[in-house]
Design a binder for this molecule. Structure first.
Ligand SMILES: Nc1ncnc2c1ncn2[C@@H]1O[C@H](COP(=O)(O)OP(=O)(O)OP(=O)(O)O)[C@@H](O)[C@H]1O
Length: 396
């Protein structure tokens, strides 16, 4: 009876204890209990209602006599009355505060990240494998800021990437505040079919039927919309459709005509960023937010080029800049911030008008750029970029 109860706890650090039980080495199991944080595990089992409290207490009392509990207790007893202290500790651990965690509360997630990194890395991009090398996938609970020059392909790239993740089963909600939903959906449909469907009218129904099966939703809003109204609709989509990725394109259009002075507008933007950040965290959804740059720069942009206060990029987990033209006229995705593991880097790409999609450059194309850049650097003092630095994903 006792063995089956303990087995049902299925906590990773209870496994050695279960093992010794199976071999009837009860004494060893007890010793293991003293060294493992088995009390936290039992508390977890109680909190998640996996076993009734009375049974938890039976297991606890059998495996962890009172003197053992006081040894494993994080708060060591100073009183001579050990029994009373043990009881009060149990009361403390059982009536926890929602916003105060111990390592025991995080332990399983930490184990998962260590033992199953693929799982915690998130959904991988099929269209742009180079992105996976840097960002390590698309994860829930994150805020990604995407910026780039006017007409530089922000909507196009976000449309393609969101479709890519959506095809891999990530329910997606699009908030297009700048272009009409039908225009966006047309672009996505072309990207989905990988062709200009106006040239293939007989195939339209076939592709539209397939496209319709995707877990893809659109917000009806257009241009100026209050952040609370937007988040209200997002909450509905999360609750009803299990949406895990929200794309908002773009922040300036969403907040346009709100606030009277430029100071008001910056405050509004900061507040919106704060709301979006906390929505992503509390609802465990990934929010991709397109933000225009401060001004249209003629040269390469950096993290300070994002419009608004520093809060925008501080709150973000990832900052992605679509650089219009690097050396040799090559466009590239520039990952400037990656809170997951800190890897930053660049991905040179080519835009294909037929499919409205981007693709990573081939080695040959990169070598061409490299030789062009070395040629121009021999003529001027411009920095030299090797194809090796492109490939290694190092930042410029
Ligand atoms: N890399 C690219 N090279 C050339 N043309 C592109 C590229 N990406 C997108 N386009 C085309 O340029 C136009 C603008 O693209 P898109 O709307 O994606 O840019 P944007 O950065 O979102 O624009 P805006 O600054 O107005 O929000 C579209 O017609 C699109 O097909």
């Amino acid at each position: 009876m006792l063995r089956s109860q303990i087995r049902s706890l299925s906590q990773i650090h209870l496994q050695p204890i279960l093992c010794t039980f199976r071999r009837r080495h009860i004494h060893t199991a007890r010793i293991l209990c003293q060294s493992a944080t088995v009390t936290d595990s039992l508390d977890l089992a109680a909190d998640s209602n996996r076993l009734p409290m009375s049974r938890i207490d039976t297991i606890r009392d059998t495996l962890l006599p009172d003197d053992t509990i006081s040894q494993t207790s994080f708060h060591k007893s100073n009183s001579s009355n050990d029994q009373d202290n043990n009881k009060s500790r149990r009361m403390r651990t059982n009536s926890h505060h929602d916003n105060v965690l111990g390592f025991g509360d995080l332990r399983q997630q930490v184990y998962k990240e260590i033992l199953d990194p693929e799982e915690s890395r998130g959904v991988l991009s099929t269209d742009l494998p180079a992105l996976n090398r840097i960002l390590k996938g698309h994860r829930p609970g994150e805020l990604t800021i995407v910026t780039g020059p006017t007409g530089g392909g922000k909507t196009t790239v976000m449309s393609q990437l969101s479709l890519d993740y959506c095809k891999s089963g990530v329910p997606t909600l699009w908030g297009s505040f700048e272009i009409l939903n039908q225009r966006l959906a047309k672009k996505m449909l072309y990207q989905f079919a990988s062709k200009d469907l106006s040239q293939y009218p007989t195939e339209l129904d076939k592709w539209a039927d397939e496209f319709d099966k995707l877990p893809l939703y659109f917000l009806k809003f257009f241009s100026s919309t209050a952040i609370n109204t937007v988040l209200d609709a997002c909450q509905h989509a999360v609750d009803q459709y299990g949406v895990q990725h929200i794309v908002l394109d773009n922040l300036q259009f969403m907040l346009s005509q709100q606030g009277n002075s430029s100071l008001d507008r910056w405050e509004l933007q900061d507040r919106a960023i704060h709301e979006l950040r906390s929505f992503a965290t509390t609802q465990n959804v990934h929010i991709s937010l397109v933000v225009h740059p401060r001004k249209d720069p003629g040269e390469q942009m950096d993290i300070n080029s994002v419009f608004g206060s520093a809060k925008v990029t501080q709150e973000a987990d990832n900052v992605i800049i679509l650089q219009k033209e690097g050396l040799g006229g090559m466009q590239y995705i520039d990952i400037k911030k990656n809170r997951y593991d800190g890897t930053t880097g660049v991905i040179p790409y080519i835009f294909e008008r037929e499919t409205l999609k981007i693709r990573s450059c081939t080695e040959e194309e990169m070598n061409k750029v490299s030789s062009r850049s070395s040629h121009s650097s021999s003529q001027s003092s411009t920095t030299r970029y090797s194809s090796k630095s492109f490939k290694s994903g190092r930042s410029f």
